[in-house]
Design a protein around this ligand. Structure first.
Ligand SMILES: Nc1ncnc2c1ncn2[C@@H]1O[C@H](COP(=O)(O)OP(=O)(O)OP(=O)(O)O)[C@@H](O)[C@H]1O
Length: 445
């Protein structure tokens, strides 16, 4: 619901202006009415959400011309960066600010690059920049075509790729930096081979005296960092993941690992505590405290204390039932250890426990990335002979504390890399469905 409302706000739609058909689109037709109630509640508690910051300004400026005029008098020079990433609401807000009376000078300067529009998925409208000279007649368009960042070969390759884009103003980049090294293009079998090859190339460059902090691996989606992280750990190359935790430190991965650890080691209290109420199964703090107290009193593990508790009357019946289910699930999964291979067993656990469903129902923007990470985890397990072997590997990986002060190789998504510069860049995973991402092909933007 939060996502839906945010998208409406990005398009400058208030509860009064959401089109009727769209208003019926959520919660069995209640979307619009929930939006209205949400706005009323915000008003009652004198609060604004992020989208309101601009939406209220638009409403205010549209309905109170005197206020608009006074703001226009104060904001005489407008400078906008990353114009290609503005959404409808920001655009309308800007138009209102910029439309000073004809008799007064208008000063607005927008910098942007239609070829770098990467935020369509959160409401950015590349159309804003494409229409700029019509929206602001008389504005002068200056093409900044000299590039200071990249060498000739890189510009050439990038320009010919982007030439295939459908909506763009078009420009021809050039540089005085010289042709530079050629782009090294290789077809490799899978991510594992990519990680090996990149690892070797990084080492080669290090031997030639290149600094690790001048090298980066850029991936399209978060789950892809895993192969590279493992390879760098094996080679002892210090690395950092920008824009998010390292793969095995991500919350959903730690959750899944806790399930697996408890599976093979029922006395692992840390794992037990992490997942006892994840996904939520009505075993809150009270139940947990009771299990904890009993475990300490008896000098036993929480799993064993929990098993005792379900035979007693101490817990509320609902919590007792939930706890019994939880323990039965684990008993059933343990019986499968010898029947199923460990990736299939993990898939089963992720499904049965409700973890997958929990993320499928989650409407936050990173939920689909978390599901991808979980799939990647199952994929990673296939490289090991047994569950124990895999878990041992993980403890080694997790132990590999981030060394501070050292030069590090950077691993990050292309989105996080915007505006940064490196001497050597590796771009793995350019394959159907990954880059471009399948979702962006299906949904556009
Ligand atoms: N006139 C110049 N002479 C030399 N170097 C320059 C010049 N202008 C920009 N640069 C260099 O080019 C790089 C990119 O500059 P800048 O960040 O201003 O570009 P940008 O177009 O705003 O980038 P983006 O598209 O990411 O917004 C920087 O390393 C900067 O130092």
């Amino acid at each position: 619901m939060a996502g839906l409302i945010d998208r409406w706000k990005n398009r400058a739609l208030t509860p009064q202006t959401v089109p009727q058909a769209e208003g019926m689109s959520f919660a069995e037709g209640k979307g619009l009415s929930l939006y209205r109630q949400y706005q009323e509640r915000l008003l009652q508690i004198n609060a604004c959400d992020f989208g309101d910051l601009i939406l209220h300004m638009i409403t205010l400026m549209q309905n109170h011309r005197d206020i608009l005029a006074s703001i226009q008098r104060r904001a005489r020079f407008l400078l906008v960066d990353e114009y290609q990433d503005t959404n409808v609401a920001q655009y309308l807000w800007l138009r209102l600010l910029a439309q000073r009376p004809e008799t007064e000078p208008r000063h607005i300067c927008c910098v942007g690059d239609d070829d770098q529009s990467i935020y369509g998925w959160r409401g950015a409208e590349v159309g804003n920049i494409l229409r700029f000279d019509q929206d602001f007649p008389g504005a002068k368009v200056i093409r900044l075509e000299q590039n200071y960042r990249s060498t000739g070969h890189i510009l050439g390759a990038a320009s010919s790729l982007i030439a295939a884009n459908a909506s763009r103003l078009g420009k021809s980049l050039w540089t005085e930096a010289g042709a530079g090294e050629k782009i090294d293009l290789r077809g490799l079998w899978d991510a594992n081979e990519e990680a090996r090859t990149v690892g070797d190339l990084v080492e080669d460059r290090q031997r030639q005296g290149d600094s690790l902090s001048e090298m980066a691996i850029l991936v399209r989606a978060g789950f892809q960092t895993r192969e590279f992280e493992e390879r760098m750990i094996t080679l002892g190359i210090p690395y950092r993941v920008i824009g998010g935790p390292r793969f095995y430190e991500r919350a959903e991965i730690r959750d899944a690992l806790a399930y697996l650890r408890l599976l093979v080691q029922p006395d692992d209290d840390l794992a037990f505590e992490r997942i006892i109420n994840l996904p939520k199964r009505g075993l809150g703090t009270a139940a947990l405290q009771m299990i904890n107290r009993l475990a300490r009193a008896e000098g036993t593990s929480m799993s064993r204390a929990a098993a005792q508790l379900i035979g007693s009357e101490d817990l509320r019946p609902q919590a007792r039932r939930a706890l019994a289910h939880f323990l039965e699930d684990f008993k059933r999964w343990r019986e499968q250890i010898d029947q199923l291979d460990h990736p299939s067993l993990t898939e089963l656990i992720l499904e049965d426990s409700g973890i997958v469903e929990m993320w499928q129902k989650d409407k936050s923007p990173d939920a689909s990335g978390r599901l991808e990470n979980l799939r990647e985890l199952v994929g990673a397990m296939r490289e090991f002979d047994s569950l124990n072997g895999f878990l041992e590997h993980i403890s080694l990986v997790m132990d590999n504390q981030e060394a501070s002060g050292l030069e590090k190789l950077t691993i990050m998504t292309l989105h996080a890399a915007k505006g940064l510069e490196f001497d050597t860049v590796f771009l793995p995973g350019w394959e159907e469905g990954v880059f471009p991402n399948q979702r962006s092909m299906d949904e556009g933007g």
